[in-house]
Design a protein around this ligand. Sequence first.
Ligand code: NDP
Length: 451
Amino acid sequence: MAVSDHVDFATFMEGVKKRNPGQTEFVQAVQEVAQDIFEFIEDKEEYHEAQILRRIAEPDRVVSFRVCWEDDNHNIRVQRGWRVQNNNAIGPYKGGIRFHPSVTESVLKFLAFEQTFKNSLTGLPMGGGKGGANFNPKGKSDSEVMRFCQSFMTELYRHIGPDTDVPAGDIGVGGREIGYMFGQYKRITNRWEGVLTGKGQEYGGSQMRPEATGYGAVYFLQNMLKHQGQDIEGKTAVISGSGNVATHAAEKITQLGGKVLTMSDSGGFIHDPDGIDQEKIDWIKHHKTHTRGRISDYADHFTNATFHEGKRPWSVACDLALPCATQNELNEDEAKELVRNGVQAVSEGANMPTTLEGVHVFHDAKIMYGPGKAANAGGVAVSGLEMSQNSERISWNHERLGQMLTELMEGIHGKCVEYGDDGNGYVDYVKGANIAGFKKVADAMLAFGVV
Ligand code: NDP
């Protein structure tokens, strides 16, 4: 008979810190999840005995590799690439690829860990993974990006497959990069198969995938508001970022009668008191993805708007806040300012954009707060649907996928309420998402025995 290793939360976290030195983002993500899980499994000895939480917080594997490529001036450049395969208990590893100079093993481990719970919440059979490289696509020519993507895939292809691990896009990896990587995978393996999602519509991509994360974050917000008898119509929204997630979140807010006041990039934010309507959103989309320009140019083009260099948008008074850029972009002081200015709900399009201290501010003020792992799960959910369509060699239309996305987000919201309702009318969506996401993965792991 095994002796149960029933450690408390503090001892558990001490171990995580010790085993992952310097990996602050990863430790932060584990801490946020573990405090809810510890409460949930307190009286559930089977999870302790099988060391389930410790096993989920240790990736199945981390592959690290060199990516060599040649720039347009014939200089040899060396970058580091990774694929973190966190957990495949409920399906093949699934999660995006990020190209950004800030990418480290810690960042990718945190993202793969979060992805495991997020994917579980969707109800689809997908495990959790994440990958990327410390490569900066900004300022690179198309040919340079192509050569980098091909070199990256020349190593990655051995670790992925439609039933093994199915990467997608993330920061710095959009349709162009997915195309270059898919082309290289096909060339090396001589197989056309659904090994990546977020593909172009011409070669197996799903309709609604580009819109899914941003739209989904707004549907989640809509569900939170509805739960309290409210809606988006007539409300003001502050959004950070101006990439895929941010622009589609802005689009859906506008469609539902809200008014978007800000967008940002790593250079600062623009504030448009007239509201960023569809025409302006289309301008931003084109400017960021085709011209590859900066958000500051918006204020030159739409002259009622102002640009705030090096600043984040959280000081602008609003009813709704949607952080859609990157991790840790909304801190404790900024959360306090949002609350002071009357924010009613926060829905995270980005992954872990709010610091732990910021999350506490929202909870203490009883603000509706939808964490990324629930609110932005629409993207991976439609990726899951892309996998199904590729396997069956079929393609569903926009309308059908839109309906499925709406239902998936409603389902995720429902699971969060089931496990996060405090009985007094307040829903702790972090707790709800953590527990619902954990339970499915943990029960599958129990079924496998010690592996
Ligand atoms: P994009 O590359 O399309 O856009 C990222 C945006 O965030 C850009 O506006 C970028 O500005 C800004 N940004 C990036 N890093 C920083 C930084 N350090 N400080 C300030 N701004 C920054 O990425 P996505 O829109 O796809 O992803 C945004 C977030 O959403 C990420 O957290 C991602 O993990 C998450 N997410 C994305 C999903 C998807 O389907 N794409 C799915 C689920 C989550 P700049 O142009 O200056 O770099």
